[in-house]
Design a protein. Structure first.
Length: 659
């Protein structure tokens, strides 16, 4: 075995976190957050160690250092802030610190009343060496301290200011540097906290049976904004193919007047960069985007990389599709289901470079129109290397972009898409209903390494998915599922107006498809229906806006209840300045009651004393006994509590307030 190039590096650095797959992928943060780095750092013998996190924005060459703090058992920790969009790099560096070793030994010698003359000279040497590495002002101070030590003033060695200054200028000539340069992608706040409303533009006309247009969508914006949403998401806006067009309720043959599925993209007027003629012009779309922005809403577009048989690409680039033995293009299938109105793209084509470039060009076009949020349809059916390249390239040019992966797929695939660069991810929330299911799933999402890269976006229902609880439970079930989605996750969305109107008729018993689905026909919605839950939605969304604890996922903790139909969880800010406790009745058919036992430490509260809590849904105030109190919830009138902890009660006078 050959000698190492440098055998005097004595420090070992292990188990650096956070990192994903050995540093292969970037962790995620939003502007203003911190990255807390932990590592196991140790060396032979008993010498003290100096340990630092180095970090820098990707567009700068100079590293910034933050001293790590020893937490015991060779574990070290430090945090650094991310203050701008884009990518940051970070790593850990550590070395033997002779000054700290000397200082520690000196205190022991002082306690033993030993002669310190030689030791003070040694310490002065270490300080003078650091002065040679220091910046001008610090260098002067270090040399002054060294002179005082040489003069015999041993108290200088114990100055905190001296220690802090020395730690800024370690001798790294024999330092060990962690072998990997780790990375973090920094997104804007909406990547972490967002509230989505899905809208089919073609169903916004005030006249039943008439195709809606962008002008009609503009008139719908105040309604959406009144419910305190901040993202309005539109399904594909493109021309819809006529060949093998689907009829109502996904009928294989369309009748005259059937409008088809917006996901069957393209006709003789254009493809993914064209707009359906009945929706309006590109200029009218831009007007809608501007109007949405003025209403406090950001427009998100659906990107679906598939083509109708009439798409221009089928004629111009047949090599981008998979052909059958008879020469025809293979349509999409999920046996026994057939989607004759859609041709999937072939990511194994020899012309894959041209295909990738064209697909990225679709994003480029809509980015030029002012769109910064994209919901991507079925990304798990497209090549993973494409997404890594495409999203990476786009975010290098536009770091404010947000990509939502609509991938109801296997866990490893869903997680891999998040690692590749998708900003947010659909989840299995629609199928997690019991207390045990919700607790287990959201603990995984928020308290395991998954939380470093997968940001959940919760949808109680979508145009494709009408879960069984909503079919059975009706309006109370919609209230319960809305409350869960909006408080368990910092980002969530609803498919409107179907959701606020509690649309819940399935196409067939046991299925999850809507009857008379809006995916295949125009709908006329009565927005003023007496059964609407829009006011409840608006109240919940405003509560989310007013409480920072509900704007992040990391503060989620579950608490015990003695009734399996009651679930209790809390969210807190890191400094516990905002503490929210949520209790929800999971039984939409019956009143449920039980005792809740709070994990007081998880709330940052003092054990043993009751506290005042305000129910942000009803406006009522409660005196909550710690740690155990009684809750009773009727789903029709009040499916849950969103309690904000207001204050601890510490004196008899505090208690008199409630008497």
């Amino acid at each position: 075995m050959q000698l190492p190039s440098e055998g005097r590096q004595r420090v070992v650095i292990e188990t650096v976190t956070p990192q994903i797959d050995g540093g292969r992928f970037a962790i995620k943060r939003t502007v203003g957050e911190a990255v807390r780095v932990r590592a196991a750092v140790f060396a032979d013998g008993h010498d003290s160690i100096a340990c630092q996190v180095l970090y820098r924005p990707a567009n700068t060459a100079e590293w910034i250092s933050v001293a790590m703090v020893a937490k015991g058992n060779d574990c070290w920790e430090a945090a650094f802030p991310v203050s701008s969009l884009g990518r940051y790099f970070y790593t850990v560096v550590a070395c033997i610190d002779p000054f700290i070793t000397w200082r520690s030994d000196l205190t022991k010698r002082m306690a033993a009343q030993q002669n310190l003359a030689v030791e003070l000279q040694i310490g002065a040497q270490w300080i003078e060496l650091a002065a040679g590495r220091a910046k001008a002002e610090d260098a002067v101070r270090l040399r002054d301290w060294a002179a005082q030590l040489r003069a015999g003033d041993h108290n200088i060695a114990l100055l905190d200011d001296l220690l802090a200054t020395m730690q800024r200028y370690p001798d790294l000539s024999l330092a060990t540097r962690y072998e990997r340069k780790l990375s973090v992608t920094v997104d804007r706040e909406r990547a972490r906290f967002s509230t989505w409303y899905e809208l089919f533009p073609r169903s916004t006309s005030p006249r039943p049976g008439q195709h809606g247009a962008f002008a009609d969508c503009e008139k719908r914006l105040p309604y959406i904004a009144s419910m305190a949403f901040d993202v309005v998401y539109l399904p594909p806006l493109h021309p819809i193919g006529r060949t093998h067009r689907k009829g109502k309720n996904n009928a294989p043959t369309a009748e005259p007047g059937d409008v088809g599925s917006p996901w069957a993209i393209g006709d003789d007027t254009g493809g993914h960069t064209a707009i359906h003629r009945e929706l309006g012009t590109l200029e009218e779309f831009q007007s809608f985007v501007s109007a949405a922005r003025a209403a406090g809403l950001e427009v998100a577009l659906d990107i679906a990389f598939q083509c109708s048989p009439d798409h221009p690409w089928t004629r111009e680039h047949p090599e981008w599709f998979r052909s059958r033995p008879d020469g025809t293009i293979q349509y999409a299938e999920n046996p026994p289901k057939k989607y004759q109105d859609i041709y999937p793209l072939d990511f194994e084509t020899p012309q894959w470079r041209e295909l990738w470039t064209a697909l990225k060009g679709v994003f480029d076009f809509w980015i030029e129109q002012g769109i910064r949020i994209f919901r991507v349809d079925n990304p798990h059916t497209k090549a993973f290397p494409f997404w890594e390249w495409c999203i990476g390239s786009l975010k290098e040019e536009h770091p404010d972009l947000i990509f939502l992966a609509e991938a109801f797929t296997r866990p490893h695939v869903m997680c891999h898409l998040a690692k590749l660069g998708f900003t947010q991810s659909y989840t299995y929330f629609a199928w997690r209903n019991t207390k045990a299911e919700l607790t287990s799933y959201f603990t995984e999402l928020t308290q395991t390494p998954v939380s470093e890269y997968l940001r959940p976006n919760l949808w109680p229902a979508t145009p494709d998915i009408l879960p069984a609880p909503l079919q059975i439970g009706g309006r109370p079930a919609f209230l319960v599922r809305l409350l869960l989605a909006a408080t368990l996750g910092a980002s969530y969305g609803i498919y409107g107006p179907a959701f606020e109107l509690s649309e819940n008729t399935p196409k067939e018993p046991g299925g999850e498809e809507f009857l008379n689905s809006e995916k295949y026909e125009l709908k006329a919605w009565d927005l003023d229906s007496p059964g609407t839950i829009r006011h409840f939605i608006a109240r919940v969304n405003r509560i989310r806006r007013d409480n920072p604890a509900l704007q992040r996922d990391g503060g989620l903790r579950f608490h015990e209840t003695d009734n399996p139909n009651l679930i209790c969880y809390s969210k807190t800010t890191e400094d516990f300045s905002n503490v929210i406790i949520v209790v929800v009745n999971l039984d939409w058919a019956h009143t449920q009651a039980g005792w809740v036992t709070l994990d007081v430490a998880a709330l940052g509260l003092e054990g043993g004393r009751p506290f005042e809590a305000e129910d942000l849904l009803s406006g009522s105030r409660f005196l909550w006994q710690v740690p155990r109190d009684y809750v009773e919830l009727a789903p029709v009138s009040l499916p849950g509590h969103i309690l904000r902890v207001r204050r601890w009660l510490r004196t008899e006078r505090d208690f008199d307030y409630y008497l």
